[in-house]
Structures are given as C-alpha cells and as structure tokens.
Design a protein. Structure first.
Length: 160
C-alpha cells in the first residue's frame, strides 16, 4: 500500500538551502518518491528568537513504509546530517517533521501525527498551502487554506 506523507524540513545553521536539498534526497532514498515540494521560505525562529532565521520547505512523498518506520529513518537522517538535540526550539542543522501520514491520528509520545502545532505556525501552513491547499486536517476537518486564514502567528514568512 502506498501512503502519502507530508514532511516539513527546516534549517538555520550552516547552509540551510543546501541542507534542505540534501535532506530531500536522503528522504527519497530512505522512504520513497518525492512527488511534490514547496518553494523555500524564510522566517524568524519560532519560540526562541536569539538565533538565525530558518529556511523551511514542505515535501510530499509516497512510501510503502509504516509511520513508525518512517519516523525511525527520519531520526537517523537527522543524526547523520549532524542534528544534535539540545533544548526545544534551538538552532539546528536540520529538522525533519512528519506533518501528516495519510489521515492517521497518532498521539504516541515519539510519533504525534498530525503534527500537534501545524495550525499555530505560518512557516508550516504557507508551504503546505502552496502544494496542498485543499488537504484536510484529519482532526479539525479544516483545509490547510482555512487553517492559514485563521492562523494568528505574527512571524512573517518570505518566499525565497
């Protein structure tokens, strides 16, 4: 069975655009075919402002792997690319988050799908709307476009 997985990539250390490209290649090699990707977007760091701006991108990939296996491979890719987990919202070489995996809902401590803060973050919603404006959130039933219109996140998000 083929699953649709929306993934958010982010980086604000080193060469973020190059790192997002490399992460996309590694994800395609490890998980499956990337079928869509958004433009790159720049935004100030969310939640911890004493660090460089982030570059973000959303990709859609098709995989035959289950969600826990995808998460395991994502954590390995982050580690292999130099991600060191310190404090929440800290600067990072690469951050890879599963936003949606089909329409499943999981609230396991290590695998929360859909990502619990999608509707609060313009840097996630804007690239999502670019590639999937009518995608429906499996909990709220709202489209990504509707979530973006209701989002109160004040941080500007600039397409680059």
């Amino acid at each position: 069975m083929v699953h649709q997985v929306y993934i958010l990539l982010g980086s604000n250390l080193g060469e973020p655009a190059r790192q997002l490209s490399e992460a996309g290649k590694r994800l395609e090699h490890a998980l499956g075919k990337v079928t869509r990707k958004s433009s790159l977007y720049q935004t100030a760091a969310w939640g911890k402002t004493d660090q460089p701006d982030f570059i973000n991108q959303v990709i859609l990939l098709e995989t035959s792997l289950d969600a826990p296996t995808c998460m395991e491979k994502i954590l390995m890719i982050e580690s292999d690319m130099g991600r060191v987990r310190t404090t929440r919202n800290a600067a990072r070489v690469i951050d890879i988050d599963i936003l949606f995996y089909d329409d499943i809902i999981s609230r396991e401590p290590r695998l929360q799908i859909p990502h619990p803060r999608i509707e609060m973050r313009r840097f996630t919603l804007i690239p999502l709307v670019e590639i999937a404006p009518m995608l429906k959130h499996p909990v709220s039933g709202k489209t990504m476009q509707e979530l973006l219109e209701a989002c109160t996140d004040p941080l500007p998000v600039q397409k680059i």
